[in-house]
Design a protein around this ligand. Sequence first.
Ligand SMILES: Cc1ncc(COP(=O)(O)O)c(C=O)c1O
Length: 343
Amino acid sequence: MFFRSDILNLTPYASARDEFDSVGQQSLILLDANENSLGDPLGRHWERYPDPHQRALKQRLSGIKGLPAGQIFLGNGSDEAIDLLLRAACTPGLHNAVILPPTYGMYAVQAAINGVEIRRANLKSDFSPDLAAVLAQTDEHTKLIFLCSPNNPTGNCLPDAFIEAILSKFDGLVVVDEAYIDFAENPSWSRRLAEFPNLVVLQTLSKAWGLAGLRLGMAFASPFIISILNKIKYPYNISQATQLEVLEALQAEAAMQARVQTLLRERERLREALSQVPAVLEIFPSDANFLLIRTTDADGIYQKLCAQGIIVRNRSREPHCANCLRITIGSPEENQRLLQIMQ
Ligand SMILES: Cc1ncc(COP(=O)(O)O)c(C=O)c1O
């Protein structure tokens, strides 16, 4: 089974607002949740706990993502979903999870916090995955494999055939983290959920949607997996402010798409310009909103950029990433300034 038996048997906290919607809201006198009926000090109407099921938001996202609301979990960033998946699936000190470094750092950090062993099957030096190496890391205690596609920090998508092989050959949960999918040409793995009961797809509003400050991450999976995540999350994990602001922002899909197109154009402009810079040895292909570049001296360039007020990510201590910097594609003006200094 995918999940800890104690989690399967857990009776979750029933929150005060669980039956709120079904009763008809207008004329209710709400004296059930120890809120402050006089309101918040600025009168902005934050005094009530938010909908723990985020119904309105899920309905809207359901339309955008083409998935039933029952297959959508919403978290305080996708980092919350990573944490909950580890906790729901792994008994501390017993179970393990597999990652494919270099990859997103939070998988290993969250695993460590939860007392879960991390096993590493490094990508090859061209950043392609090694199927045999991944499967060789699994044993009967392996509960999760984290696949990041497009991968952070390398920028490439993992091949469909590889992901499909993992989904069919591994019987634990396969988490495909698609934080950067809106910058890629590949379609989301969420369209294959019906085929793979062990598939969990993660997405976020922090990247293409530009809503990192609101903290909204999504997990798409079978209704059963989603029900387990909902059972163990904090009841009010998505604030009312986030629910309202995101609902409004989701109406501006065209503006989001236009920004994605600008970032993609900027990415290619930056690639072209950086390829002329003597200190840049290699620029890796990217399906994301960043470029990984190999330089003559990552530490030195990192320090020089810092001194000019430009912060990039030094990834040079990651496997196969000697002297590599990860540069987020900024606004055209920010990219121009970066180029001036690099040149
Ligand atoms: C691959 C990947 N997954 C997840 C996240 C976390 O996203 P969120 O802001 O939704 O927690 C990031 C953020 O950088 C990321 O790079």
